[in-house]
Ligand binder design. Structure first.
Ligand code: ATP
Length: 448
């Protein structure tokens, strides 16, 4: 049974993530630091798998896409050209009494000057614009000339490399560049676990095309990105598209839609897809003095490409996959009863561990066979090995971290050279010859 998207589910997932080693609060022994999180041994595998699934879908399987990994620190003029120095701000108010800080646009009544905290009633300050970019200094001098920014999005690294990439790959329009990387925003109101943090990872695409083709390609990307989430396990009724109203659109954008997910606190953005017109390349031409035009062989004209931008968050995606994977049901116990079972029904392609080898006893004759099988399987995938506690507890542990297949090695194995494979969701078991295990698992783990 999947579990309703309620605030309780949030607590359940945060605690499961901590207990099982998916996500820890950063610098915890020092009391933590606002809104940063560390991905533990299982979390790093899950998030890597999410990023790989994205990369596979938008780069590996397409002829019209290539990848990039640009630097986080960029020339400061990039952020003037992009508009971030001037416009990447949130309006901020402080309560003079309780000192809490609010984003004006998040208050129920933005015109009220009274603190919204229950029982406080303090007076709010005038709104100030707060730039969300982190500033630091390059080199030993901490003066204005040395100011650089931690990138607040990965997109600009793509725009400034448009010519380098197009020139070296000789791609013709339409084509796109994909990038995964860290971005930093000094968010005023971070929170909701890894949903809104100050350091996060983006998975961004800039798809360059002719202006006339942009509306059609925009629709294609919206469809493609929307269906990617359900292909990897998000329930269709937990996903929706929300088109931006014209007053919500950035001044340069011709259209924008968010892919939203039903988080435990309500519908929120997983990814935005925008038709950004030719704004970005034009701005960089203006500020750099360099041409970023593309020569169209067909019309023999120089064009400034339009850009479709699907921009996703790797952390938000990972969190949504975790929420939707969480299931509770009943499993049989050794004495004929049943007990509550928690399982993460992650798509096998996303699951941190693809299988676990569980010898029924620690006796050397069994562990010899089990270790050999483990070594063969780990050549292919991340595979766990566990010989502690009774088999029921070991199944529970693997279910709770989403391992799709448990392989038990028992005394009969020594006679029939076969093992039992148990599938996580159905709990069905089948006997498979030792030398056929990889063959049997491969299509179920890598499913196309
Ligand atoms: P929001 O309105 O939630 O602040 P945004 O519209 O500012 O998001 P974009 O600038 O479109 O976000 O960034 C693209 C994607 O990057 C978002 O869809 C989200 O998945 C991710 N993202 C943005 N800000 C954060 C953050 N503070 N923490 C985690 N992920 C983020």
């Amino acid at each position: 049974m999947s579990v309703a998207a309620t605030p309780d589910l949030m607590e359940t997932i945060v605690s499961l993530c901590k207990r099982r080693g998916f996500i820890f609060p950063s610098s915890e022994i020092y009391g933590g630091i606002g809104s940063t999180w560390d991905y533990g041994p299982l979390g790093v595998l899950l998030k890597n798998n999410v990023k790989q699934a994205w990369w596979r879908s938008v780069v590996q399987m397409r002829d019209d896409m290539v990848g990039l990994d640009a630097a986080i620190l960029m020339h400061p003029t990039v952020w003037r050209a992009s508009g971030h120095v001037e416009n990447f701000t949130d309006p901020l108010v402080d309560c003079k009494k309780c000192k809490q800080r609010f984003r004006l646009d998040e208050l129920d009544n933005p015109d009220s000057k009274v603190c919204p905290n229950k029982g406080c009633g303090g007076e709010l300050t005038e709104a100030r614009n707060f730039n969300l970019m982190f500033r630091t200094f390059m080199g030993p001098l901490e003066d204005d000339a040395a100011v650089v920014f931690l990138r607040p999005e990965t997109a600009q690294g793509i725009f400034v490399n448009f010519k380098n990439v197009q020139g070296t790959t000789r791609k013709k329009l339409p084509f796109g560049i994909a990038q995964i990387g860290k971005a930093f925003r000094n968010e005023i109101t971070p929170g909701k676990f890894t949903f809104r943090t100050r350091e996060f990872e983006q998975m961004e695409i800039e798809y360059f095309c002719k202006g006339a083709d942009a509306p059609g390609l925009y629709n294609e990307w919206v469809d493609q990105r929307f269906s990617w989430y359900s292909e990897y396990g998000i329930r269709p009724d937990h996903l929706r598209l929300r088109a931006h109203a014209s007053d919500e659109l950035a001044h340069y954008a011709a259209a924008c839609q968010d892919v939203e997910y039903l988080f435990p606190w309500g519908w929120s953005e997983l990814e935005g897809v925008a038709n950004r017109t030719d704004y970005d390349l034009k701005q960089h031409m203006k500020f750099s003095g360099k041409t970023l035009e593309y020569f169209d062989e067909e019309t023999k004209e120089q064009v400034i490409p339009y850009v479709i931008e699907p921009s996703a968050g790797a952390d938000r995606g990972t969190l949504a996959f975790l929420f939707d994977a969480y299931h509770e049901d009943e499993a049989p116990t050794g004495d004929g009863g049943t007990e509550k079972r928690v399982s993460l029904r992650l798509d096998p392609r996303l699951a941190p561990m693809k299988a676990a080898v569980l010898p029924l006893s620690k006796k050397p004759e069994l562990s010899g066979v089990a270790e050999k099988l483990h070594n063969a399987l780990r050549q292919e995938w991340m595979v766990d090995y566990d010989d502690r506690q009774n088999i029921g507890k070991r199944y529970r542990r693997q279910d709770e971290v989403g391992t799709p297949f448990c392989i038990t090695v028992d005394f009969q194995t020594l006679e029939d050279q076969a093992v039992t494979i148990r599938e996580r969701d159905s709990m069905q078991q089948e006997r498979v010859a030792l030398d056929k295990v990889i063959e049997v698992l491969r299509p179920r783990i890598t499913k196309r």
